[in-house]
Design a protein around this ligand. Structure first.
Ligand SMILES: [Cu+2]
Length: 144
């Protein structure tokens, strides 16, 4: 079993190549006072078929991958154990559909803050790769 851990010194927050997996456009939303959870957005693509198995951040107690669906007119969120990454395809994690949430954040996120994330991906041959990403916090009102 091979464990590949790629630690990348970050000089560009928007895109990181680390072996087989690329993460781009990582951003977070600024939070309102008292808000305990924050949404994270990014695009991830793996050269090989893989699974996104874990995300951690030092600023949150937990980071979960959620799926969102409409059931009986209600919006339901469910935590996923993993997210399938098809070979060579970009998978967007955003506000709708599958998304990532920081749970129990230690302090409010302000525009311009950086949220460090460690994204763990497992391949079919059981090898793993970890990608370090800095998500930039965007203001609540600005859209792009
Ligand atoms: Cu959610």
């Amino acid at each position: 079993m091979r464990l590949t851990i790629a630690i990348i010194m970050m000089f560009c927050a928007s895109q990181v190549w680390a072996g087989n997996v690329v993460v781009s456009n990582a951003s977070a939303r600024a939070t309102a006072p008292g808000q305990e959870n924050a949404a994270i957005q990014f695009t991830i693509a793996s050269k090989k078929k893989a699974r996104l198995v874990a995300i951690t951040s030092p600023i949150a107690s937990a980071v979960e991958i959620h799926s969102m669906s409409h059931e009986d007119g209600m919006m339901k969120m469910r935590a996923l154990e993993f997210l399938a990454l098809p070979a060579g395809k970009k998978v967007r994690l955003g506000k709708s559909g599958n998304h990532v949430m920081l749970l129990d954040i230690k302090k409010p996120l302000k525009a311009g803050d950086i949220v460090p994330l460690t994204i763990s991906v497992a391949f079919d041959d059981k090898s793993k790769e970890q990608i370090q990403v800095n998500a930039e916090v965007k203001s609540l009102t600005r859209r792009h």
